[in-house]
Design a protein around this ligand. Structure first.
Ligand SMILES: [Zn+2]
Length: 245
C-alpha cells in the first residue's frame, strides 16, 4: 500500500508537538539499535525500557522475560542480556535485573537530579545555549532571500532560454542547502526540547518522588547500562549518573 507523507496536515487531529514525538518514537523503534556484535536489535514490546537497557559486559541490549511461578511469587519479570539467549553467539554473563529493581533504579536516578542539584541544572543550561548557538538563522534567512530572488528571475525568463536553465540549477542548489539547514534545525529543536523537558521536570519537583512513573522514563532517560555492581543511567541530554545495585 503506498504511503503518503503529508507535511503539517495533522495539526487539526493531534497537537503537532505530540505528533512529532510519536513519529520520533516510531522511528527509534523501526531503526532499532546497532550492538557491538554487528547485529541490529529490534524490539516490539512497548514497555518504557525497550531498547534502553544495555549490557555493561558485551554492549548488547537486555530483553524482557516473564517467569510464572505457581507459589506466592506469582509472576516475576526479569531483564536479561539478549546475547545469553541468542544461540549463534557465545553466552554472556551480564547481570540479570528484575523489572522491580529497574524501576527502583530509575526512581533513584530521578531523585538524584531533583535533589538541590545545582550542578546538573547548570549543565542543562549550558546544553541549551550550546544547542541554540548551533542554529544558523542568519544563513537560513539569506538562503530564503536568494530563493525568492531566483524565483522572480525565473518567472521573467523564457523557459527555452539558456539563462533559464542556469537560474533553475542555481535555484535547485540553493533549495537543497535550505532543506539541509532545515533538517539540522529540526534535529536541534528536538535536542532542545529534550533538555527543556529535563529542566521542567527538575523545576516542578522539589520533593523526592516516591512512585515510579514510566512516562518519565520515556521522556527523560536515554539509556541504562547494567554493570556488575551498579547501573549507569544516561539522561536525554547526554549526562549520566551511577545507581548502586
Ligand atoms: Zn551481555
Amino acid at each position: 500500500m503506498p504511503q503518503y507523507y503529508i507535511k503539517d496536515d495533522h495539526e487539526a487531529i493531534i497537537p503537532k508537538d505530540l505528533f512529532r514525538r510519536v513519529q520520533e518514537e516510531r522511528k527509534r523503534r523501526r531503526a532499532g539499535v546497532k550492538v557491538p556484535c554487528g547485529k541490529t536489535r529490534h524490539y516490539n514490546k512497548r514497555t518504557c525500557f525497550s531498547l534502553k537497557v544495555f549490557c555493561g559486559r558485551c554492549g548488547d541490549i537486555y530483553h524482557r522475560v516473564a517467569y510464572n511461578y505457581s507459589d506466592e511469587h506469582g509472576q516475576v519479570v526479569k531483564w536479561l542480556c539478549i546475547t545469553g539467549h541468542d544461540h549463534d553467539l557465545v553466552t554472556c554473563h551480564g547481570r540479570p535485573i528484575s523489572e522491580r529493581r529497574l524501576k527502583e533504579v530509575c526512581l533513584a536516578a530521578f531523585n538524584q537530579i531533583i535533589k538541590p542539584n545545582k550542578a546538573f541544572r547548570a549543565k542543562l543550561q549550558r546544553n541549551i545555549s550550546h544547542a541554540i548557538n548551533q542554529v544558523n538563522e542568519e544563513k537560513a534567512t539569506q538562503l530564503d532571500r536568494e530563493l525568492d530572488r531566483l524565483q522572480i528571475l525565473l518567472v521573467n525568463q523564457s523557459p527555452h532560454s539558456e539563462s533559464y536553465e542556469k537560474i533553475a540549477n542555481e535555484f535547485a542548489k540553493n533549495q537543497q542547502q535550505r532543506d539541509e539547514l532545515q533538517t539540522i534545525h529540526d534535529q536541534q529543536t528536538e535536542e532542545i526540547e529534550k533538555i527543556v523537558n529535563l529542566q521542567k521536570f527538575i523545576d516542578s519537583n522539589s520533593k523526592q518522588l516516591n512512585e515510579f512513573d514510566e512516562h518519565l522514563v520515556r521522556q527523560l532517560i536515554k539509556k541504562i547500562t547494567i554493570q556488575e555492581t551498579y547501573c549507569d543511567v544516561e539522561f536525554q541530554n547526554g549526562d549520566s549518573l551511577k545507581v548502586n545495585l
